[in-house]
Design a protein. Structure first.
Length: 262
């Protein structure tokens, strides 16, 4: 295992499960200090404990790890999580803005979509992403620069999730947010990119994939004909967060098994 993130100080939202969990573990394995942030503190702590339990067992040392609770749609909670992580690590230079929701059975076509469901999805997936970046970027500025990786989705750039109106729209917003942040903060030595995962074996899509017919329909759309494992998405996140991606900013990296190639 390389140590290309050795000494980096990272915060990962939505780190208690799925892609966020995979990213937190991967960053720690690569030597970063990691704050696992989730609305479910128990889940975040479980991931932090999992990381801590492997410290010293491999050929390379792991960094510090801590679990923090924050609802990303609540600005005060986001600001506090960033403050605590920055204080504990002596600064932050890596921000993985990943937390998100997908409201199966409630998100639907526009003419049938309840405003409450629309607002809930926008609040977490877009406003929450903005708040995470707002306060995280301030910390990165104080550190003299760093890297931001936003978890987007092909649904935000392609019409590949029929009936998921609120989710697709929220993810389209994160794509636009990533691009403007990349331009606004490049002179401050901050790179901002997005990873665009396809269907991934994670709790976010577990309900959908439990239906064999629906699962078959989803997988049939992808040239690789399988869902990704969270670690496969985490590998892309780790690259974008590392100095190996020093000339990469404002880019959307599709990790979707070829979904958007057809």
């Amino acid at each position: 295992m390389s140590q290309r993130l050795l000494g980096k100080r990272a915060i990962v939202t939505g780190g208690g499960s799925g892609i966020g969990r995979g990213a937190a573990i991967k960053l720690a394995e690569e030597g970063a200090h990691v704050a696992v942030v989730d609305v479910n503190l128990e889940a975040a702590q479980k991931v932090a404990d999992e990381i801590a339990s492997t410290a010293g067992k491999g050929p390379h040392p792991l960094g510090k790890v801590l679990a923090l609770r924050a609802n990303v749609a609540d600005e005060a909670q986001v600001a506090e999580a960033v403050r605590v992580a920055e204080e504990r690590f002596g600064g932050l230079d890596t921000l993985i803005a990943n937390a998100g929701i997908m409201l199966f059975g409630r998100d639907t076509v526009a003419t049938e979509l309840d405003l409450e469901i629309w607002q809930q999805c926008i609040d977490v997936n877009l406003t929450g992403m903005f708040l995470t970046c707002k306060h995280g970027l301030r910390a990165l500025e104080r550190a003299g620069g760093g890297a931001v990786v936003i978890t987007g989705s092909p649904t935000g750039t392609h019409g590949c999730a029929p009936t998921f109106t609120a989710y697709s729209t929220s993810k389209a917003g994160t794509f636009g947010l990533m691009r403007i942040l990349a331009v606004d903060y490049v002179k401050k030595n901050i790179r901002v990119n997005a990873v665009m995962p396809g269907t991934t074996n994670s709790p976010l899509v577990m309900t959908l994939m439990e239906n064999p017919t629906t699962k078959a329909e989803f997988l049939a759309k992808m040239p690789m004909a399988r869902a990704a494992e969270p670690r496969e998405i985490a590998n892309v996140i780790a690259f974008l967060a590392s100095d190996e991606a020093s000339y990469v900013t404002g880019a959307a990296w599709y990790a979707d098994g070829g979904l958007t190639a057809i």
